[in-house]
Design a protein around this ligand. Structure first.
Ligand code: ATP
Length: 412
Protein backbone atom coordinates (compact mmCIF):
# COMPACT_ATOMS: atom_id res chain seq x y z
CA UNK A 1 0.00 0.00 0.00
CA UNK A 2 1.28 3.47 -0.79
CA UNK A 3 0.55 5.92 2.02
CA UNK A 4 1.78 9.50 2.01
CA UNK A 5 1.84 12.48 4.36
CA UNK A 6 1.62 16.09 3.26
CA UNK A 7 2.20 19.08 5.55
CA UNK A 8 1.18 22.50 4.30
CA UNK A 9 1.97 26.07 5.26
CA UNK A 10 4.61 28.72 4.61
CA UNK A 11 5.78 28.62 8.22
CA UNK A 12 6.70 24.96 7.79
CA UNK A 13 8.18 25.31 4.31
CA UNK A 14 10.40 28.18 5.50
CA UNK A 15 11.47 26.39 8.69
CA UNK A 16 9.91 29.00 11.02
CA UNK A 17 7.84 26.22 12.61
CA UNK A 18 9.08 22.68 12.90
CA UNK A 19 6.87 20.05 11.28
CA UNK A 20 5.87 17.80 14.15
CA UNK A 21 2.64 16.59 12.58
CA UNK A 22 4.27 14.46 9.88
CA UNK A 23 6.36 12.43 12.32
CA UNK A 24 3.43 11.98 14.66
CA UNK A 25 1.14 10.79 11.87
CA UNK A 26 3.83 8.47 10.50
CA UNK A 27 4.29 6.88 13.93
CA UNK A 28 0.56 6.40 14.38
CA UNK A 29 0.20 4.88 10.91
CA UNK A 30 3.09 2.51 11.67
CA UNK A 31 1.24 1.37 14.78
CA UNK A 32 -1.66 0.48 12.51
CA UNK A 33 0.54 -1.50 10.15
CA UNK A 34 0.79 1.20 7.49
CA UNK A 35 4.24 2.47 6.50
CA UNK A 36 4.21 5.99 5.09
CA UNK A 37 6.19 5.90 1.87
CA UNK A 38 6.76 9.64 1.57
CA UNK A 39 6.52 12.89 3.60
CA UNK A 40 6.24 16.19 1.78
CA UNK A 41 5.79 19.83 2.66
CA UNK A 42 4.35 22.55 0.47
CA UNK A 43 3.84 26.26 1.26
CA UNK A 44 0.71 28.40 0.97
CA UNK A 45 0.69 28.35 -2.78
CA UNK A 46 -2.56 27.48 -4.54
CA UNK A 47 -1.03 26.06 -7.73
CA UNK A 48 1.62 24.13 -5.79
CA UNK A 49 -1.02 22.60 -3.56
CA UNK A 50 -3.24 21.52 -6.43
CA UNK A 51 -0.38 19.90 -8.30
CA UNK A 52 1.03 18.07 -5.27
CA UNK A 53 -2.43 16.78 -4.32
CA UNK A 54 -2.99 15.55 -7.88
CA UNK A 55 0.43 13.86 -7.84
CA UNK A 56 -0.29 12.13 -4.55
CA UNK A 57 -3.73 11.05 -5.73
CA UNK A 58 -2.19 9.59 -8.89
CA UNK A 59 0.38 7.59 -6.97
CA UNK A 60 -0.88 6.70 -3.49
CA UNK A 61 -3.65 4.58 -1.99
CA UNK A 62 -4.09 6.90 0.95
CA UNK A 63 -2.72 10.17 2.35
CA UNK A 64 -3.02 12.38 5.40
CA UNK A 65 -2.78 16.11 4.75
CA UNK A 66 -2.52 18.71 7.52
CA UNK A 67 -2.90 22.48 7.60
CA UNK A 68 -4.55 25.24 5.63
CA UNK A 69 -8.15 24.61 6.70
CA UNK A 70 -8.54 27.87 8.64
CA UNK A 71 -10.55 30.99 7.80
CA UNK A 72 -7.77 33.24 6.51
CA UNK A 73 -6.78 33.98 2.91
CA UNK A 74 -3.62 31.89 3.17
CA UNK A 75 -5.65 28.80 4.13
CA UNK A 76 -5.89 27.26 0.68
CA UNK A 77 -6.04 23.52 1.19
CA UNK A 78 -9.81 23.02 0.91
CA UNK A 79 -10.08 24.92 -2.36
CA UNK A 80 -6.97 23.15 -3.70
CA UNK A 81 -8.45 19.76 -2.82
CA UNK A 82 -11.63 20.64 -4.73
CA UNK A 83 -9.60 21.69 -7.76
CA UNK A 84 -7.44 18.55 -7.64
CA UNK A 85 -10.61 16.44 -7.46
CA UNK A 86 -12.27 18.47 -10.24
CA UNK A 87 -15.29 19.36 -8.09
CA UNK A 88 -16.85 22.56 -6.74
CA UNK A 89 -16.93 23.73 -3.16
CA UNK A 90 -20.35 23.38 -1.56
CA UNK A 91 -21.92 24.32 1.74
CA UNK A 92 -21.64 21.36 4.10
CA UNK A 93 -24.29 21.30 6.86
CA UNK A 94 -22.08 19.48 9.33
CA UNK A 95 -19.07 21.76 8.78
CA UNK A 96 -21.38 24.78 9.16
CA UNK A 97 -22.67 23.41 12.48
CA UNK A 98 -19.12 22.97 13.75
CA UNK A 99 -18.22 26.60 13.04
CA UNK A 100 -21.51 27.91 14.45
CA UNK A 101 -21.30 25.79 17.60
CA UNK A 102 -17.72 26.83 18.17
CA UNK A 103 -18.73 30.51 18.41
CA UNK A 104 -22.01 29.78 20.23
CA UNK A 105 -20.27 27.81 22.96
CA UNK A 106 -17.94 30.76 23.49
CA UNK A 107 -20.75 33.34 23.40
CA UNK A 108 -19.12 35.17 20.55
CA UNK A 109 -20.61 36.32 17.24
CA UNK A 110 -19.35 34.35 14.27
CA UNK A 111 -16.65 36.10 12.31
CA UNK A 112 -17.84 36.34 8.64
CA UNK A 113 -14.44 35.00 7.50
CA UNK A 114 -15.18 31.73 9.29
CA UNK A 115 -18.12 31.04 6.98
CA UNK A 116 -15.53 29.92 4.44
CA UNK A 117 -14.88 26.89 6.66
CA UNK A 118 -18.42 25.61 6.12
CA UNK A 119 -17.62 24.93 2.45
CA UNK A 120 -16.10 21.57 1.54
CA UNK A 121 -15.33 19.93 -1.81
CA UNK A 122 -18.44 18.25 -3.20
CA UNK A 123 -18.43 14.58 -2.20
CA UNK A 124 -16.21 15.17 0.86
CA UNK A 125 -17.17 13.64 4.19
CA UNK A 126 -16.90 16.12 7.07
CA UNK A 127 -14.66 15.14 10.03
CA UNK A 128 -15.75 16.84 13.25
CA UNK A 129 -13.27 19.01 15.11
CA UNK A 130 -14.10 19.03 18.83
CA UNK A 131 -11.54 21.71 19.70
CA UNK A 132 -11.42 24.24 16.85
CA UNK A 133 -13.38 25.90 14.06
CA UNK A 134 -11.77 24.01 11.19
CA UNK A 135 -13.63 20.83 10.30
CA UNK A 136 -11.50 18.24 8.59
CA UNK A 137 -12.75 16.16 5.71
CA UNK A 138 -12.21 12.95 3.81
CA UNK A 139 -12.14 12.95 0.04
CA UNK A 140 -11.45 10.40 -2.64
CA UNK A 141 -9.43 11.67 -5.59
CA UNK A 142 -8.65 9.21 -8.41
CA UNK A 143 -9.17 6.23 -6.10
CA UNK A 144 -6.82 7.64 -3.44
CA UNK A 145 -8.34 8.25 -0.01
CA UNK A 146 -7.19 11.51 1.52
CA UNK A 147 -7.80 12.69 5.07
CA UNK A 148 -7.50 16.46 5.52
CA UNK A 149 -6.85 17.65 9.10
CA UNK A 150 -6.13 21.04 10.69
CA UNK A 151 -2.49 22.00 11.15
CA UNK A 152 -2.70 22.94 14.84
CA UNK A 153 -1.10 19.87 16.45
CA UNK A 154 -3.57 19.59 19.34
CA UNK A 155 -6.57 19.68 16.95
CA UNK A 156 -4.96 17.25 14.53
CA UNK A 157 -4.16 14.79 17.31
CA UNK A 158 -7.66 14.89 18.81
CA UNK A 159 -9.25 14.30 15.41
CA UNK A 160 -6.83 11.56 14.45
CA UNK A 161 -7.55 9.79 17.69
CA UNK A 162 -11.33 10.23 17.70
CA UNK A 163 -12.23 9.90 14.03
CA UNK A 164 -9.45 9.26 11.57
CA UNK A 165 -7.94 6.22 13.29
CA UNK A 166 -11.19 4.25 13.03
CA UNK A 167 -11.77 5.31 9.43
CA UNK A 168 -8.26 4.43 8.30
CA UNK A 169 -8.53 1.02 9.95
CA UNK A 170 -11.90 0.44 8.32
CA UNK A 171 -11.02 1.71 4.84
CA UNK A 172 -7.52 0.25 4.59
CA UNK A 173 -8.18 -2.81 6.75
CA UNK A 174 -7.63 -5.48 4.13
CA UNK A 175 -4.37 -3.98 3.01
CA UNK A 176 -2.86 -3.54 6.45
CA UNK A 177 -0.38 -5.94 7.98
CA UNK A 178 0.06 -6.46 11.70
CA UNK A 179 2.65 -4.29 13.35
CA UNK A 180 4.38 -4.41 16.70
CA UNK A 181 7.29 -2.58 18.28
CA UNK A 182 9.27 -3.25 21.44
CA UNK A 183 11.96 -1.08 22.96
CA UNK A 184 14.73 -2.51 25.12
CA UNK A 185 16.61 0.07 27.21
CA UNK A 186 20.31 -0.38 27.91
CA UNK A 187 22.96 1.65 29.65
CA UNK A 188 26.69 1.16 29.89
CA UNK A 189 27.52 -0.11 26.41
CA UNK A 190 28.89 1.99 23.57
CA UNK A 191 26.61 1.77 20.52
CA UNK A 192 29.24 -0.05 18.46
CA UNK A 193 29.73 -2.69 21.16
CA UNK A 194 25.96 -3.21 21.48
CA UNK A 195 25.81 -3.57 17.71
CA UNK A 196 28.55 -6.19 17.75
CA UNK A 197 26.85 -8.12 20.54
CA UNK A 198 23.71 -8.30 18.44
CA UNK A 199 25.42 -9.42 15.24
CA UNK A 200 23.67 -12.54 14.00
CA UNK A 201 20.18 -11.18 14.63
CA UNK A 202 19.46 -10.37 11.02
CA UNK A 203 17.19 -12.95 9.37
CA UNK A 204 16.89 -15.04 12.54
CA UNK A 205 13.37 -13.95 13.54
CA UNK A 206 10.71 -13.76 10.86
CA UNK A 207 9.34 -10.27 10.27
CA UNK A 208 11.45 -8.60 12.99
CA UNK A 209 13.98 -5.90 12.27
CA UNK A 210 16.33 -4.33 14.84
CA UNK A 211 17.35 -0.70 15.14
CA UNK A 212 19.79 0.81 17.66
CA UNK A 213 18.90 4.33 18.74
CA UNK A 214 21.20 6.44 20.90
CA UNK A 215 19.06 8.23 23.45
CA UNK A 216 21.94 9.72 25.38
CA UNK A 217 23.15 8.34 27.72
CA UNK A 218 21.06 5.26 27.03
CA UNK A 219 20.91 3.09 23.96
CA UNK A 220 17.52 1.83 22.93
CA UNK A 221 17.27 -1.39 20.99
CA UNK A 222 14.11 -1.06 18.94
CA UNK A 223 12.37 -4.13 17.57
CA UNK A 224 10.10 -3.47 14.60
CA UNK A 225 7.84 -6.36 13.66
CA UNK A 226 5.51 -6.81 10.73
CA UNK A 227 3.57 -9.87 9.72
CA UNK A 228 0.33 -11.16 8.21
CA UNK A 229 -0.70 -13.18 11.27
CA UNK A 230 -0.99 -11.61 14.72
CA UNK A 231 -0.08 -14.80 16.60
CA UNK A 232 2.98 -15.60 14.50
CA UNK A 233 4.21 -12.04 14.88
CA UNK A 234 3.79 -12.13 18.68
CA UNK A 235 5.73 -15.39 18.95
CA UNK A 236 8.47 -14.09 16.71
CA UNK A 237 8.72 -10.86 18.72
CA UNK A 238 8.89 -12.74 22.02
CA UNK A 239 11.68 -14.97 20.76
CA UNK A 240 13.60 -11.98 19.39
CA UNK A 241 13.32 -10.07 22.68
CA UNK A 242 14.56 -13.14 24.61
CA UNK A 243 17.53 -13.58 22.24
CA UNK A 244 18.53 -9.91 22.47
CA UNK A 245 18.04 -9.81 26.28
CA UNK A 246 20.35 -12.76 26.75
CA UNK A 247 23.09 -11.15 24.71
CA UNK A 248 22.86 -7.75 26.41
CA UNK A 249 22.97 -9.30 29.89
CA UNK A 250 22.71 -6.90 32.81
CA UNK A 251 23.39 -3.87 30.60
CA UNK A 252 19.70 -4.24 29.78
CA UNK A 253 17.45 -2.66 32.37
CA UNK A 254 14.04 -2.69 30.72
CA UNK A 255 12.36 -4.76 28.03
CA UNK A 256 9.45 -2.29 27.96
CA UNK A 257 11.31 0.91 27.07
CA UNK A 258 11.03 2.30 30.61
CA UNK A 259 13.36 4.92 32.06
CA UNK A 260 16.09 3.94 34.51
CA UNK A 261 14.37 5.97 37.25
CA UNK A 262 11.11 4.17 36.65
CA UNK A 263 12.73 0.73 36.79
CA UNK A 264 14.50 1.67 40.00
CA UNK A 265 11.35 3.18 41.48
CA UNK A 266 9.42 -0.03 40.81
CA UNK A 267 12.11 -2.14 42.41
CA UNK A 268 12.19 0.08 45.49
CA UNK A 269 8.38 0.07 45.77
CA UNK A 270 8.32 -3.69 45.38
CA UNK A 271 10.67 -3.94 48.38
CA UNK A 272 8.79 -1.20 50.24
CA UNK A 273 12.19 0.50 50.48
CA UNK A 274 12.98 4.22 50.48
CA UNK A 275 15.71 6.28 48.86
CA UNK A 276 17.42 9.59 49.53
CA UNK A 277 19.90 11.44 47.37
CA UNK A 278 22.82 13.80 47.95
CA UNK A 279 23.87 15.53 44.75
CA UNK A 280 26.78 17.77 44.03
CA UNK A 281 27.80 17.81 40.33
CA UNK A 282 24.41 16.47 39.12
CA UNK A 283 22.69 19.50 40.67
CA UNK A 284 19.30 17.89 41.29
CA UNK A 285 19.04 15.94 38.05
CA UNK A 286 18.75 12.56 39.80
CA UNK A 287 15.99 13.93 42.02
CA UNK A 288 14.22 15.38 38.99
CA UNK A 289 14.26 12.03 37.18
CA UNK A 290 13.11 10.15 40.27
CA UNK A 291 10.23 12.53 40.94
CA UNK A 292 9.07 12.15 37.32
CA UNK A 293 8.14 8.57 38.20
CA UNK A 294 4.43 8.32 39.05
CA UNK A 295 4.05 7.27 42.68
CA UNK A 296 7.55 8.45 43.58
CA UNK A 297 6.35 9.65 46.98
CA UNK A 298 6.18 5.97 47.93
CA UNK A 299 9.95 5.56 47.75
CA UNK A 300 11.62 8.97 47.38
CA UNK A 301 12.34 10.56 50.77
CA UNK A 302 14.77 13.41 50.58
CA UNK A 303 17.24 15.14 48.29
CA UNK A 304 20.00 17.55 49.11
CA UNK A 305 21.87 19.51 46.47
CA UNK A 306 25.01 20.11 48.45
CA UNK A 307 27.15 21.95 45.97
CA UNK A 308 29.65 23.64 48.27
CA UNK A 309 32.02 21.93 50.68
CA UNK A 310 30.31 23.86 53.46
CA UNK A 311 26.92 22.36 52.54
CA UNK A 312 28.40 18.87 52.45
CA UNK A 313 29.86 19.40 55.91
CA UNK A 314 26.92 21.23 57.50
CA UNK A 315 23.99 19.33 56.03
CA UNK A 316 25.39 15.87 55.46
CA UNK A 317 27.93 15.80 58.28
CA UNK A 318 30.81 14.99 55.93
CA UNK A 319 33.98 15.29 57.99
CA UNK A 320 35.94 18.50 57.19
CA UNK A 321 39.12 16.42 57.35
CA UNK A 322 37.87 14.09 54.61
CA UNK A 323 37.33 17.02 52.27
CA UNK A 324 40.55 18.75 53.32
CA UNK A 325 42.67 15.65 52.72
CA UNK A 326 40.95 14.30 49.58
CA UNK A 327 38.87 17.05 48.01
CA UNK A 328 35.15 17.10 47.20
CA UNK A 329 35.50 14.70 44.27
CA UNK A 330 36.64 11.62 46.07
CA UNK A 331 35.40 8.14 46.97
CA UNK A 332 35.65 8.92 50.69
CA UNK A 333 33.67 12.15 50.37
CA UNK A 334 30.77 10.61 48.41
CA UNK A 335 30.67 7.68 50.79
CA UNK A 336 30.19 10.08 53.70
CA UNK A 337 27.66 12.07 51.67
CA UNK A 338 25.58 8.94 51.01
CA UNK A 339 25.79 7.78 54.61
CA UNK A 340 25.06 11.31 55.81
CA UNK A 341 21.87 11.77 53.79
CA UNK A 342 20.72 8.25 54.66
CA UNK A 343 21.16 8.98 58.40
CA UNK A 344 19.57 12.41 58.04
CA UNK A 345 16.26 11.12 56.75
CA UNK A 346 16.29 7.47 57.77
CA UNK A 347 15.92 6.04 54.26
CA UNK A 348 16.88 2.46 53.41
CA UNK A 349 19.13 3.46 50.50
CA UNK A 350 21.05 6.56 49.47
CA UNK A 351 23.13 7.65 46.50
CA UNK A 352 25.55 10.54 46.29
CA UNK A 353 27.47 12.17 43.45
CA UNK A 354 30.45 14.47 43.26
CA UNK A 355 32.37 15.06 40.05
CA UNK A 356 33.89 17.42 37.52
CA UNK A 357 31.28 18.26 34.87
CA UNK A 358 33.50 20.81 33.12
CA UNK A 359 34.34 22.59 30.95
CA UNK A 360 36.68 24.00 33.65
CA UNK A 361 37.83 22.61 36.95
CA UNK A 362 39.65 19.51 35.70
CA UNK A 363 43.13 18.58 36.96
CA UNK A 364 45.55 15.90 35.72
CA UNK A 365 44.49 13.76 38.65
CA UNK A 366 40.75 14.51 38.30
CA UNK A 367 40.07 15.50 34.70
CA UNK A 368 36.69 16.73 33.44
CA UNK A 369 34.45 13.65 33.30
CA UNK A 370 35.60 12.28 36.67
CA UNK A 371 32.71 11.35 38.94
CA UNK A 372 32.63 9.64 42.31
CA UNK A 373 29.45 7.85 43.27
CA UNK A 374 28.57 6.77 46.78
CA UNK A 375 25.99 4.20 47.73
CA UNK A 376 24.55 3.40 51.15
CA UNK A 377 22.31 0.35 51.50
CA UNK A 378 20.79 -1.35 54.57
CA UNK A 379 23.71 -3.79 54.65
CA UNK A 380 26.76 -1.94 53.42
CA UNK A 381 28.12 1.24 51.88
CA UNK A 382 30.48 1.58 48.97
CA UNK A 383 31.79 4.16 46.56
CA UNK A 384 33.54 4.20 43.23
CA UNK A 385 35.29 6.59 40.86
CA UNK A 386 34.51 6.64 37.13
CA UNK A 387 35.79 8.55 34.16
CA UNK A 388 32.86 9.23 31.81
CA UNK A 389 33.64 12.27 29.72
CA UNK A 390 31.07 13.28 27.06
CA UNK A 391 30.77 16.27 24.75
CA UNK A 392 29.72 19.01 27.18
CA UNK A 393 28.76 19.90 30.73
CA UNK A 394 25.09 19.02 30.37
CA UNK A 395 25.86 15.62 28.85
CA UNK A 396 28.38 14.95 31.60
CA UNK A 397 25.71 15.69 34.20
CA UNK A 398 23.31 13.30 32.49
CA UNK A 399 25.78 10.44 32.27
CA UNK A 400 26.91 10.96 35.90
CA UNK A 401 23.29 10.90 37.09
CA UNK A 402 22.53 7.80 35.06
CA UNK A 403 25.62 6.02 36.31
CA UNK A 404 24.57 6.70 39.91
CA UNK A 405 21.10 5.24 39.34
CA UNK A 406 22.59 2.31 37.46
CA UNK A 407 25.01 1.58 40.29
CA UNK A 408 22.05 1.40 42.66
CA UNK A 409 20.02 -0.75 40.22
CA UNK A 410 22.81 -3.29 40.04
CA UNK A 411 22.70 -3.85 43.81
CA UNK A 412 19.16 -5.30 43.64
P1 ATP B 1 -6.81 26.43 12.20
O1 ATP B 1 -7.95 27.03 11.50
O2 ATP B 1 -7.25 25.75 13.47
O3 ATP B 1 -5.67 27.41 12.38
P2 ATP B 1 -5.39 25.27 9.99
O4 ATP B 1 -5.59 23.98 9.29
O5 ATP B 1 -5.63 26.50 9.21
O6 ATP B 1 -6.22 25.21 11.32
P3 ATP B 1 -2.72 26.15 9.85
O7 ATP B 1 -3.14 27.59 9.69
O8 ATP B 1 -2.17 25.46 8.66
O9 ATP B 1 -3.90 25.32 10.48
O10 ATP B 1 -1.68 26.02 11.02
C1 ATP B 1 -1.95 26.68 12.24
C2 ATP B 1 -0.71 26.60 13.09
O11 ATP B 1 -0.50 25.24 13.48
C3 ATP B 1 0.60 26.97 12.39
O12 ATP B 1 0.92 28.32 12.45
C4 ATP B 1 1.62 26.16 13.13
O13 ATP B 1 2.00 26.85 14.29
C5 ATP B 1 0.85 24.92 13.50
N1 ATP B 1 1.12 23.86 12.53
C6 ATP B 1 0.58 23.70 11.34
N2 ATP B 1 1.05 22.60 10.71
C7 ATP B 1 1.94 22.07 11.56
C8 ATP B 1 2.81 20.93 11.50
N3 ATP B 1 2.84 20.13 10.43
N4 ATP B 1 3.61 20.69 12.54
C9 ATP B 1 3.60 21.51 13.60
N5 ATP B 1 2.82 22.59 13.73
C10 ATP B 1 2.00 22.87 12.72
Amino acid sequence: MIAEILSTGDELRSGAVQDTNAGYIARKLEEQGISATRHQCVGDDAEGLVSVLAEIAGRADMAVVTGGLGPTRDDLTTAAAARAAGVELALDQEAEEIVKNYFKSRNRPMNPANRKQAFLPLGAVCLPNPVGTAAGFRLKIDGCRLWFLPGVPVEMKRMRHETVLGQVTQCMGRERSHYKTRTLSTFGLPESVADEMLAGFSGRFEGIRLGLRAHFPEIHVKHYGRGDAEKGLSNSMQAAVAWVSERLGDNLYSTEGESMASVLGKRLMHRKATLSVAESCTGGLISDWLTNVPGSSNFFRYAAVTYSNEAKIKMLRVSPATIRDNGAVHEKTVLEMAEGVKALCGSDYAVATSGVAGPDGGTPEKPVGTVCIGLATPRYSKSKRYYLQSADREMNKRIFAMKALDMLRRTF
